[in-house]
Design a protein around this ligand. Structure first.
Ligand code: RIB
Length: 330
């Protein structure tokens, strides 16, 4: 026989208070009640093993304690580390993270955003570039949803903003190769580069000058591997892989042509994901504070949810060179 589900009515009856009182107290809104009433209601709730209904709770509190997080590629360690930072902060504040992988698909992204909005999430963190400005307006601004768009795209005019210094990152990568004597260099990046990646390229060109070989490939290990066949037809000695995933792909791709790093090519990556330390040779790269970026984004969003009227916040986090063994003096 199935046990009868304990309802809020049962708790109210056993505590001798109204259903509204129980609802407020079990949802953490106890400031309007005496400590005695609060203690009694919570005790009876535990004794009866009452579990508040999620949807009912949403109706009362107009809050779901849930944040929707959208990333373009969860298999890329950059995004999994970012989400770890986000989730650690949200979890401590009793929020649940609802993670969606957009896969760079604009249609999927709109559908997911609409669905998250229907499910009543309290705010959005979007690290994907697929979202269009129309969707930002239609799905987020018009519905007054708190949100932060970061990394591949930003929406500084409409929301708080947190970015890392991509231009400086490009500068640092170029200066490093230049100091090692590399004058002929290539950059591997996607043809339809997102705004943050374009800034990296601009920073790189500022130091290296316009005489940079640009090789287009996708932002993935496979993209890096494929780029190797173009690299070997050039006379470059240094390669700036616009993210670490591309750099890892280059390791394998160049090996397929019997080329080695750093004796044939110096390679510098971007991100400083955990794997950089474990490949051979360990990858020299530009480090973004990925985990902190996730943490600070979540903190900023929670502040915005708490204080919707406060001044917009704009933050830029630093990047730095991590010198390992994939580049050499020539
Ligand atoms: O590795 C993913 C890359 O794309 C990172 O460099 C990140 O900044 C993103 O835009």
């Amino acid at each position: 026989m199935t046990e009868k589900k304990v309802t809020i009515k049962d708790v109210a009856k056993a505590s001798g208070v109204s259903i509204a009182t129980v609802s407020q107290i079990v949802n953490g809104n106890s400031k309007n009640f005496s400590p005695k009433t609060v203690a009694k209601v919570l005790k009876i709730k535990d004794e009866l093993n009452y579990v508040p209904d999620y949807f009912a709770r949403r109706m009362v509190m107009k809050k779901s304690k849930t944040i929707g997080v959208l990333v373009p590629d969860i298999s890329n360690p950059f995004f999994s580390t970012l989400v770890r930072g986000v989730e650690d902060v949200l979890y401590k504040e009793n929020f649940i993270t609802m993670l969606c992988n957009a896969n760079g698909d604009n249609e999927k992204e709109s559908l997911v955003l609409e669905e998250l909005s229907r499910r009543g999430v309290d705010g959005f963190i979007i690290a994907s570039s697929a979202i269009s400005d129309e969707d930002i307006e239609r799905l987020l601004i018009n519905k007054k949803h708190p949100f932060i768009i970061l990394d591949q795209k930003s929406s500084e005019e409409n929301s708080d903003s947190i970015q890392t210094d991509d231009f400086l990152g490009g500068n640092l990568a170029a200066s490093h190769l230049k100091e090692l004597g590399h004058e002929k260099v290539a950059v591997v990046l996607p043809e339809k580069a997102t705004a943050n990646i374009v800034r990296r390229l601009e920073g790189f060109i500022e130091v290296m000058g316009k005489n940079v070989t640009v090789i287009y490939s996708s932002l993935s290990k496979e993209g890096g591997r494929r780029a190797a066949k173009d690299i070997i037809t050039t006379d470059v000695t240094g390669i700036f892989a616009i993210n670490d995933e591309i750099a890892f792909g280059l390791y394998l791709g160049l090996k397929d042509f019997d080329k080695s790093i750093p004796s044939d090519y110096s390679v510098i990556g971007y991100d400083n994901v955990d794997m950089c330390k474990y490949v051979t040779p360990p990858l020299t790269t530009i480090a973004q504070p990925i985990y902190e970026l996730g943490q600070q984004t979540a903190e900023l969003l929670l502040e915005r949810i708490e204080h919707p009227e406060q001044e917009k916040v704009v933050k830029k986090l630093p990047v730095n060179l991590i010198n390992r063994f994939s580049t050499r003096q020539i």
